[in-house]
Write a protein that binds this ligand. Structure first.
Ligand SMILES: C[S@@+](CC[C@H](N)C(=O)[O-])C[C@H]1O[C@@H](n2cnc3c(N)ncnc32)[C@H](O)[C@@H]1O
Length: 216
């Protein structure tokens, strides 16, 4: 599932409307913020993929990667099975050198500070040499505003957009992480050739940092 050029143009023009209404579901011929971040992240995936913090329905792997991967989470959201669940992200239940890509889509900020390096080290371990890691993260102000807007929606309208409220956020989780922290931790885990790609149709208020596991 990849957006056409026309779809991207419409999404770009109507971003302000989408930003305060379309969190999870595509509507009115426009893409939701979730569809959009999955679409951008899928462009950077190079093959068999591990999606950490996959969320409800394991959608990234099933709908955007044609099933070519595994989704993993710590909470039994709707649409997940035992295969998608781990007790803790301190160990990823996969052998060394298994995946071509590992994605952290809108979720590295949910790792409490002491666990972030451990999770990135696990990503490095399960990646094949030459594989890549993709970490998406919103602009700090945008992340705070969207989280607050979603919270208000759920309270006033009885919706359930906020998966993190359903799970219950723990101490040490954040609304966002700064690029400087993500880059420093990726380097510490062993990743190199770091690059950044903006999500243009979200007016560059969201982006991903991509790092590579060295070939040898
Ligand atoms: C904002 S949701 C994003 C879900 C999905 N990746 C998406 O983009 O729609 C954050 C996800 O991070 C997961 N999560 C919780 N603790 C985590 C951790 N320590 N490391 C990574 N992800 C975590 C949550 O369960 C939740 O599924």
């Amino acid at each position: 599932m990849s957006r056409t050029a026309l779809q991207k143009l419409k999404d770009f023009i109507f971003f302000p409307i989408r930003a305060v209404t379309l969190f999870h579901d595509d509507k009115w011929g426009l893409s939701s913020l979730r569809t959009e971040r999955f679409d951008y992240a899928s462009e950077a995936v190079t093959g068999y993929c591990l999606d950490i913090g996959c969320g409800r329905d394991n959608l990234f792997v099933t709908q955007f990667l044609d099933g070519n991967g595994k989704g993993l989470d710590i909470f039994m959201y709707d649409g997940l099975t035992e295969e998608n669940i781990t007790d803790s992200f301190s160990h990823f239940p996969f052998d060394d050198n298994t995946f071509d890509s590992v994605t952290f889509i809108a979720c590295l900020n949910h790792a409490p500070e002491p666990e972030r390096d451990t999770e990135l080290a696990e990503a490095f371990r399960v990646l094949k040499p030459g594989g890549n890691i993709i970490v998406t993260m919103g602009n700090p102000l945008a992340e705070i505003i969207v989280h607050k807007v979603v919270y208000i929606y759920d309270k006033l309208l009885g919706t359930d957009f906020d998966v993190d409220t359903e799970r219950g956020m723990e101490e040490g989780e954040e609304y966002y992480l700064l690029d400087s922290e993500i880059r420093a931790r990726l380097k510490k885990a062993g990743f190199h050739k770091l690059s950044k790609r903006y999500f243009v149709t979200q007016w560059c208020l969201n982006h991903m940092i991509i790092g590579w596991k060295p070939d040898k």
